[in-house]
Design a protein around this ligand. Sequence first.
Ligand SMILES: [Fe+2]
Length: 288
Amino acid sequence: MDIRSLGYIVIESNDLENWRHFACDVLGMMLNRELSDKESLYLKLDDRPFRILVRSGEAERFAAAGWQLAGPDAFDAALAELDQDDIPWLPGSEAECAARRVHGFASLRDPSGNLCEIYHGTVHDHTPFLSPMGVSEFVTGEMGLGHIVLPAAQYEDTYRFYTSLLGFRLSDTMRLGPISLSFLHCNPRHHSVALMGSDVPSGLVHFMIEMGTLNDVGYTLDRVHAADLHLSASLGRHPNDQMTSFYVRSPAGFDVEVGYGGIQVDDSTWTTAEITVASLWGHKGLGQ
Ligand SMILES: [Fe+2]
C-alpha cells in the first residue's frame, strides 16, 4: 500500500472546551472556526483544513489515525489488496468524507483493534496557519502531522499489518523489559507510527508534534507550567529520532510529545538498529 503520511488523527472527548484550551492556548494550535462547532474542534497545524479532529463522545479516547494514500488509484489498489487478504473494511459515507475534508476513505482495524482510516484527496480551504501563541511553525508537509505510538497487544500480527500490508518500513526497535517497540516510517520522518506491545486504556500511548525551533518548544513548556498541567516527562532527547522533546498529559489521559529537531530517514542509506535506552538525557518521568 502506498501510504504517504499520517494525515490526521481523530480524538473523542466529553469536554471540548478543555481540549480547545489545551490545544490552542497551551500547544499553540489554531482553531478552524469555519469548520468547528459544538460537536467538533478542527485544529490546524499548517495549511491543511485540520490535522486533529476532536469530536464529542462519551469517553476521553483516541479514535482513529488517518493515513493518506497518494491518490485515487492508490486508494482503489489499497481496497483491492484488503479484499484479496480478506481484511474487512467499511467505506466512508459522503457525510463522513465531508467531515474529514477528503475525497474518500475506508476504515479498518489493525490486529490489536486500533482504527485506521486510509484516505485520499484533501479538500483544502486555503486558510493560512497562524498560531494563537506565536509558534513559528509545526513541521508537517510531506512528513505528515507528526507521529503516534499505538498500543499493540497483538504485537507480531500488528507489526506485519503495518509493514507487509500498509507498507511501512522499519526504522529501529527497542525493548523495555518484557515490552517490545517498533518504530516505522512511510516518509522521511523517522517514525510516523510506533507499536508498543501492550494495552493502553485511552487507545494511544502518545502523539508527537514537531515545532520549528527549540524556542517554540521552550515557550510551550513555560505555558504548560503556567497552566499547571501534568508534565509526564521533562525535556530530554531520544537516541533514535534525536527529537528534543517533553511530554505533557492531554485531557484524554494519553501524552502529547512536543519536540524539535527530529532526524529524517533516507531509505537508500538507512540501516535498522536496536536502541537500548529510551532517552540520551532527560525525559525524567517517561514511562511512569
Ligand atoms: Fe514519540
